[in-house]
Ligand binder design. Structure first.
Ligand SMILES: Cc1cc2nc3c(=O)[nH]c(=O)nc-3n(C[C@H](O)[C@H](O)[C@H](O)COP(=O)(O)OP(=O)(O)OC[C@H]3O[C@@H](n4cnc5c(N)ncnc54)[C@H](O)[C@@H]3O)c2cc1C
Length: 473
């Protein structure tokens, strides 16, 4: 039997590991919660109607169709039994297990609401396609509803957009909502002027893009002001509900009335990271990320390699590696190299060393900031680098062509190619919360051997019908 490699996660880390194992004498099973690979850096463009979901989230099967040594399985890994080397997975309608000789786990990160998960209902995060489509539906619906409101107070509430978190995601999102309101939508409504929309970017820290350094942070702040974004720094969110948010500032507690909120603050490791660490006797940090060895293995378990956002590893200067795509990509490639060298009986490779290729963040069309080694750029030059880098890493030739066309529509013209949003996009989350697992009546659970037992689960009690329509947010 060939060496069995199980990969959990088809994000940057998992996908690059699998591709690097293409010619290795291994049988790979990929377990991923969604059927697509997601290019997260462009999620904000999905949420603001610039790109379609197909452009940033190609089907994994298509991406890997020419790689014969990989079996793609849909499902969420629930836990890993490190003793029997078995992964327990909840698939759609069926639970199953997969056994491994080597486990490469790259399950990414989850949105963190700092213990206030209830905020998510009113302020969706930006971690997956569902989130971005939900936000798209809410943003475009807000302008439609504002146009119908006779009461100026209500109208203003619908035309106020709050983005929480002034890191790259929040800054990019604020910039794009501002462009939408001030550049793309004006002239399309009879009763409102979209230019009067308020876009408020809130952060508890005292700078936007604080990881980019003082110079670029100041440039980004100026760009945001030019776009008409109100930036509220040193402002901590202490409450989120259907009609607004409560914030604590040096002036005291204040309320911002807003129907549309976006949460772009805080990430934590997925629950699977903690479960693996506990099972393996490894430590996690406060965000739940696993402290791994310098060769990315989980302490005491050389057969488990963890990469990407879910690990905590410091470089030789003692700085923690950031949660960015390059850390995951380089980690995925390193994991594959480690497996190949072990199988070939060669000595282990040098410890993992992250090569920082730089950071980029877009503020608006034709304006970005770039920090590449000692070079700090802002404005159009940085934006051109951003376009090149994102096209290079976008998966699929066809996607690159259509992305360029859609960028031309939005950045050269004044259109948005992907404005369609549906009621299900806006309210699907609430339905799922209410009804739970859509497969609960047909789910098949396997015996421990990993083979499905064929016995359907007893029918659970149905949840009561909703007492009222979902709130208007
Ligand atoms: C909105 C946004 C913008 C970003 N912008 C940038 C940027 O501009 N530049 C940059 O470098 N980085 C950016 N990042 C960060 C970058 O996307 C991540 O660092 C990178 O995706 C991490 O790769 P990963 O493989 O660790 O995880 P991910 O790419 O998140 O992949 C994790 C995969 O694991 C799957 N998964 C998770 N849990 C399970 C489970 N239990 N079972 C099965 N499958 C599971 C998920 O479905 C997903 O496919 C951004 C992130 C976000 C959210």
């Amino acid at each position: 039997m060939r060496h069995r490699v199980v990969v959990i996660g088809a994000g940057f880390g998992g996908l690059f590991a699998i591709k690097a194992l293409r010619n290795a004498p291994v049988d790979i099973t990929l377990v991923n919660g969604t059927a697509y690979h997601l290019f997260q850096p462009l999620l904000y463009q999905l949420a603001t109607g610039i790109l379609s979901e197909g452009e940033i989230a190609p089907p994994i099967r298509e991406v890997l169709k020419n790689q014969k040594n990989v079996d793609v399985k849909l499902g969420w890994a629930q836990r890993v039994d490190v003793g029997s080397k078995t992964v327990y997975v909840e698939g759609p309608g069926i639970d199953y297990t997969v056994e491994y000789d080597t486990l490469i786990v790259s399950a990414g990160s989850s949105q963190s609401y700092f213990g206030h998960e209830e905020y998510a209902t009113y302020a969706p995060g930006m971690k997956n396609v569902d989130n971005a489509l939900e936000l798209r539906a809410r943003i475009f619906a807000a302008f439609e509803i504002a146009d119908l409101q006779p009461d100026p107070v209500e109208r203003e509430r619908w035309m106020t957009f709050v983005i929480v978190g002034a890191g790259p995601t929040g800054t990019e999102m604020a910039g794009q909502v501002a462009e939408l309101a001030h550049r793309n939508l004006p002239g399309q409504y009879k009763h409102i002027d979209p230019r009067k929309a308020r876009i408020i970017l809130v952060d508890a820290l005292d700078a936007v893009l604080n990881t980019f350094g003082d110079h670029l942070s100041t440039r980004a702040l100026r760009q945001l002001h030019l776009l008409g974004v109100e930036v509220e720094l040193n402002t901590k969110v202490v409450g989120v509900d259907a009609t607004g948010i409560d914030v604590e500032t040096e002036r005291g507690t204040e309320r911002i009335e807003s129907m549309t909120k976006v949460w772009a603050a805080g990430v934590s490791a997925p629950p699977l990271a903690r479960q693996i660490a506990e099972a393996a006797g490894a430590k996690t940090d406060r965000a739940g990320r696993i402290f791994v060895e310098r060769d990315l293995t989980v302490p005491g378990h050389p057969e488990i390699i963890a990469v990407g956002d879910m690990i905590n590893l410091s470089d030789e200067k003692g700085d923690e590696l950031p949660g960015v795509a390059q850390v995951a990509i380089q980690g995925g490639k390193y994991a594959a190299k480690l497996v190949k060298r072990r199988l070939a009986g060669k000595p282990a490779p040098e410890p993992f060393k992250y090569f920082d290729k730089g950071s980029l963040a877009v503020i608006s069309r034709s304006s970005a900031v770039a920090s590449i080694g000692k070079v700090h750029l802002s404005g159009f030059a940085a934006w051109l680098i951003w376009v090149g880098v994102h096209l290079f890493y976008l998966v699929g030739f066809k996607n690159r062509i259509t992305a360029v066309l859609h960028w031309a529509v939005s950045f050269l013209g004044r259109g948005r190619s992907e404005r369609i949003s549906t009621v299900q996009m806006a309210y699907g989350r609430q339905a799922l919360q209410h009804y739970g697992d859509p497969f609960q009546h047909v789910r098949v659970t396997p015996e421990l051997s990993g083979e499905p037992s064929g016995e359907p689960k007893p029918e659970p009690e149905r949840a009561p019908e909703p007492a009222a329509e979902p709130s208007g947010n």
